[in-house]
Design a protein around this ligand. Sequence first.
Ligand code: UDP
Length: 708
Amino acid sequence: GKRSDVEFDPKDLKLTFSAIKILGSRYLIKDPETGRFIETPQMLFRRVSRAIATQEYKYCIQQNNNEDLCKDRVKYWEELFYELLSDQRFLPNSPTLMNAGTKLGILSACFVIPVRDSIVTPDGEGIYDAVRAQAIIFQQGGGTGFDFSELRPEGDIVSTTGGIASGPLSFMRMFDVNTEVIKQGGKRRGANMGVLHVWHADIEKFIDAKSGQLKDVNLQNFNISVGAYDYFIEAVMNGGSIPLINPRKTNLRRDLGNNSKFYAITRARHYLYEDWVQEVIINELESKGGSIWLDETILLTIDEAMIIAQEEKAIVGYVNAKKLFEKIVRNAWDSGDPGLLFIDTINRRHPVWYLGKINATNPCGEQPLLPWESCNLGSINLEKYVEYDEYGKPRIAWQRLAEDIRVIVRFMDNIIDVAKWPLPQLEEAVKRTRKIGIGVMGWHHMLIKLGIPYDSADALYLAYYLAEWIEYNAALASIELARERGAFPAYDPDKYRPTWLSAKPLEELLAIASIDAKPSKFILELLSSRPQIDWNTVEVLRRKYGIRNAALTSIAPTGTISIIANASPSIEPIFAVAFERHVTVGKFIEVDPLFLEYLRKYELDSPELIEEIARRGSISDIPYMPRTIKLLFKGALDIDPKWHVLHQAVWQQWVCAGVSKTVNLRFEATVDDVRNVYLLAWMLGCKGITVYRDKSKAQQVIYVGVKM
Ligand code: UDP
């Protein structure tokens, strides 16, 4: 019978089969009774653009009180938004595509929910409050991250009942089952990040929770990461032990009343084990005139904190740092879990660090967030910004990219107001900082079009310059918005720590990774075509007008939206030029569109060859494959892990939030490889790291971002 009650727009015919299949399975609106589509892809892009543009009216009417003018303005932005989306130059994250303009109100993909050491608390932050929040967020397609470090360890006492505590791991199982149950009613399967900080008494159990016999059984809806502090990695490298703490026993743990000490106490509790605490707190004291922060318990060095913890009997043991780290890397080699989150790097570079400490990220790691915060994501399709001159030589449309970013920042800022927040804490937290997460997709495709191999210094040079360009233009746009709409409410011009002031120089990163290749002539030419950047002016403008969004950029995995846009995902290398993709709706063979173009150019595009390539999964040992194709189309598994980490680290320099990246390893990779990747990531200033060794799990989607 007829599957659809609507006519397809000719523009829809440009979408790939996979794109239409995915859109049809979850995104396009169907008539609930007949099950037929009442929406085409173009109608979806229209619905989203319109819903997000309506916000313009609210801002406009406040300032102009002229209905006609404001209606025109809405129309104007709606068209610009629609053009971006329908042209696939930019797509917002799935929840926006699914929910904007419908009854469901969540438009963001990323959430972090606090979990206090209580069954429930009056302010809704206990364990079961978190389970409830998780269900509500999943129902509408968001993903949740949790730090479980405040929970007392297994076997500890429960004073109210005289019983014994079950510990973070057993509570995590409940969050996992909750995910399993809700997925049936929800738009897509929920994903979780579970974090335990390295000082927690149950850390070894946590590290083992998804490996060995447990790997295809336990916590299947969780990515898990160890919250790793600098002192831990330093102890790994220099030898020595770290103390294990029972969080219930430390004196700094007090009931969290809503007085001004709230942040001081939570921060102290967490900062306790970091040695940069003093610098931060002293800065804080100075800027606050030394008032509410004058709590002597805060002014502790790590050594002092350890002495107190010992006196309190909060230290329940010691563990050799190297041994613990070996357990981590062995398990990551075995099953992909746990990853690491570099808590100090995250907080050192957190623009609004003065609001509290970040202890967790969303499921895929691109969003380190404060408790209850969320962030909407959207990704620029970089491939669309490669143009060709009259001789067919490729170049980058820098200016066009800058203009689009201006529109995108507006679009993303509007989303925060258009969204309907199902819990008051979520709305409060997100509106305090108005973080947005602009990311990219089609990075490897862009490199291919420019003729630059992924595993080359040239690629890193371009990444660095391009990431800076995106951050620069996003910052300018957000400052411009602040001038029009005001800075984000928690903005403090003196304390705000702009990302652009702490980017490491590229040369430093290359030296750490022992890459001594110089940029080619072509890349220097490409870079010099980029318009001038002047960060000093940005700083002057920021001080004058403020900034609308506390964070601007974030590299998401783009698991689904890259399929819709037919782009290589995120900043990842293509997985393979032809492969089988498994998703809930079925499995199919996909050939990379640029690869097909190249095969045609060399007259090699026979179906037999493509089938053979899909079977082998790689072109590296097909003898008659031209060298250029082999270099440009190296898949994720053919690329040395070091280059994976370098791409992540280089992008991270200009990204306010985090970078979601999976370092894909071959099946034959060793534990040493994993260890090297984890340590290199820390040295290069990444905010976290995850690996996935091919075939290390029974079931794998081609790409961890795609958990449909
Ligand atoms: N996410 C989720 N469930 C999923 C896939 C993603 O909750 O099945 C969340 C998660 O927080 C992730 C974020 O969405 O980090 C962005 O993922 P991705 O970029 O792959 O999403 P897309 O917008 O492409 O669907």
